[in-house]
Design a protein around this ligand. Structure first.
Ligand code: PPE
Length: 308
């Protein structure tokens, strides 16, 4: 998806011009994938731009860094402020925010720890991840031949840059075959997640999603949707799913910051349910947007206003 440039990027504590946000070609992370990052969305509300669960995203960034023993040279509070500052400086309302912590220039070799740690925060307008049509009518996806790594190979709980070459393989395979995205299985062959999304199915009114032990990123949208589903009165179950559970589900949908709540209408050329967005998906999707836009008081704590 093409990047829509704006004015400023926050870099190591200050705002710099978009075109000046540069690094050296011998930066450690470029060679070895030694970075951790977040994807966050801000939504337009009646009280201006609001960042969805900003504090929770920054907490996860610190957990990812902790797993890799990367020391972030700023406090969580400072990064929360810096995200708001970046959105304000660019006059953005609804946008995507990308904080990235990476080992930079100064050392080569596999040990990332001696290389300095740089932090950037960029924000830009980013539309529907799998397209507007997918949000309304559902995406067509396939189960990837590429699996997620064993947690003792790469920790799924960490959102680390280098780990995403695995998602990239699956995404390219899916797109080359004419699909919009891929579903990835765990090393043991149960359903894990999408390339950059978590996954839910709906069967007989029960909302089901794979557990942490399936080797998934613990998505913040996933957590939000689990609460929303329960609040709407659905039974919510975390359990392992097989491929056939996908094919026979009444509804399947992805969740993620970029993907939001995105229905899946077809998997491996099999229609899911009626082959379009299902009613439970639609209800959860609408509630999710209303929550993110600050319209539902019970979810107020998720909505972090940029101008307050
Ligand atoms: N699993 C993976 C592997 C993943 O990358 C994401 C987010 C999720 C689940 C959902 O997590 P959450 O955003 O907290 O609900 N993927 C980010 C990167 C997407 C990209 O293409 O880049 C995102 O959605 O921002």
């Amino acid at each position: 998806m093409p990047i829509q440039p704006v004015e400023k990027i926050w870099m190591d504590g200050e705002l710099v011009d978009w075109d000046q946000a540069r690094i050296h070609v011998l930066s450690h992370a470029l060679h070895y994938g030694s970075g951790v990052f977040e994807g966050i969305r801000a939504y337009e509300t009646q009280r201006g731009a609001a960042v969805f669960r900003l504090t929770d995203h920054i907490r996860r960034l610190f957990r990812s860094a902790h797993i890799y023993m990367t020391e972030i040279p700023f406090s969580p509070d400072r990064l929360v402020d810096a995200v708001k500052q970046t959105i304000r400086a660019n006059g953005l309302r609804a946008c995507y925010v990308r904080p990235l912590v990476f080992h930079g220039y100064g050392e080569m070799g596999l040990n990332p720890l001696p290389a300095p740690v740089n932090v950037i925060i960029a924000a830009w307008p980013w539309g529907a991840y799998l397209g507007d049509d997918a949000l309304e009518n559902g995406a067509r996806v396939r189960v990837s031949t590429w699996r997620r790594p064993d947690p003792n190979v790469l920790p799924a709980a960490a959102k680390a840059t280098g780990q995403y070459i695995n998602s990239g393989l699956a995404k390219v395979e899916a797109i080359k075959a004419g699909y919009e995205d891929a579903i990835m299985l765990s090393p043991e062959g149960t359903v894990a997640e999408g390339t950059g999304e978590n996954l839910f199915i709906v069967r007989d009114g029960v909302v089901i999603t794979p557990p942490e032990s399936a080797g998934i990123l613990l998505g913040i949208t996933r957590d939000s949707v689990m609460r929303i589903a329960r609040d709407l009165g659905y039974e919510l179950v975390e359990r392992k799913l097989n491929r056939s559970d996908l094919y026979t589900a009444d509804e399947v949908f992805f969740t993620g910051t970029a993907a939001e709540v995105c229905p899946i209408r077809e998997i491996d050329d099999r229609a899911i349910g009626a082959g379009t967005r299902g009613p439970v998906t639609k209800e959860i999707q609408q509630t999710f947007y209303a929550a993110a836009k600050g319209e539902l008081p019970q979810y107020d704590s998720w909505v972090e206003y940029v101008d307050e």
